[in-house]
Ligand binder design. Structure first.
Ligand code: SAM
Length: 282
């Protein structure tokens, strides 16, 4: 695992309070990578990632889903609209909570969704209350990932599943230059630590979950950052970021760093699905 001691809960919260508009300008409603099979547009690739996780997690109509780190509500709203799921989204950011609630109402699923502004590491929810826990690109922001998966195992019904997509510590990190690359990514994108595939498998298994799916999508998602870099170069986003704060400029400046980290596999991008033992959900 690679850790970055500069990152605090407050710095993560203010990153999302201030940067949500930038994410929307650069990425649209999903704040996550695209998954490319060929030359799809960035919008299609982003939706492909959501749809693929949905299939791997075997999400079914009517499921009760907890979306940890829900961003602008892109996944929550999609699951509610397409599968009739009832979804509770959790985000650290007040801006995102308001954004997601409004988008859900406008998208006709205001009643099926609810968005909480809470720290997932402090969240108290009834045991056995969700069919699925869904978390795309949020666990890299958590400080105690092992304890988080213990909570996930409690929140799930028996037979329920957790699906995550995460930025991961990759290969050869004993080399100082590669370790520095991942450290710079953590600093620029406010991640207190990045775990490896093995770390995540270990945390899930220690929580009593059975890992069913492990996918390495590093080479299929990396293009996201080439597109973001080109969009920044062609627009006034950097100028706007300068007016916001130093951290937002740092975030834009680290797009090449993350590309290099993926290219060299110092960082990897993974999807994991794990099941809580017991009788399968309806
Ligand atoms: C990269 S965005 C991903 C958003 C969303 N999952 C998506 O795919 O569009 C990371 C999200 O994690 C949330 N987050 C980070 N730390 C969190 C925490 N401790 N508790 C709840 N949400 C958190 C942020 O507020 C943000 O919504």
């Amino acid at each position: 695992m690679i850790s970055c001691s500069h990152v605090t809960k407050q710095s993560i919260r203010s990153h999302y309070e201030l940067s949500t508009l930038f994410y929307w300008l650069l990425w649209g409603r999903h704040i996550h990578h695209g998954l490319w099979h060929a030359d799809e547009s960035p919008e299609v690739a982003a939706q492909q990632l959501t749809d693929t996780v949905c299939e791997l997690a075997q999400i079914a109509p009517g499921h009760k889903v907890l979306d940890v780190g829900c961003g602008m509500g892109g996944s929550s709203i999609h699951l509610a609209q397409t599968l009739g799921c009832s979804v509770t989204g959790v985000t650290l950011s007040r801006v995102q909570q308001g954004w997601a609630s409004t988008a859900a109402r406008l998208g006709g699923v205001g009643r099926q969704t609810k968005f909480l502004r809470q720290d997932a590491e402090q969240l108290r929810l009834p045991d056995g209350s969700f069919d699925r826990v869904w978390s795309i690109e949020c666990t890299e922001h958590l400080f105690d990932k092992g304890t988080f998966f213990q909570s996930v195992a409690r929140w799930l019904k028996p037979g329920g599943r957790v699906s995550i997509c995460a930025w991961l510590a990759g290969d050869g990190l004993e080399q100082p230059s590669r370790e520095q690359l991942v450290y710079d990514v953590c600093e620029g994108f406010v991640c207190p630590s990045l775990g490896s595939f093995d770390d995540y498998r270990g945390w899930m298994e220690e929580a009593g979950l059975e890992v069913e799916v492990t996918r390495d999508w590093t080479d299929q998602v990396a293009r996201t950052w080439e597109i973001c870099r080109d969009r920044v170069a062609r627009s006034r986003v950097r100028w706007l970021a300068r007016a916001v704060d130093r951290e937002t400029v740092l975030f834009l400046d680290r797009f090449d760093t993350i590309l290099e980290a993926y290219r060299t596999h110092a960082m990897r991008y993974g999807c994991l699905v794990a099941r809580k033992p017991g009788v399968a959900c309806e």
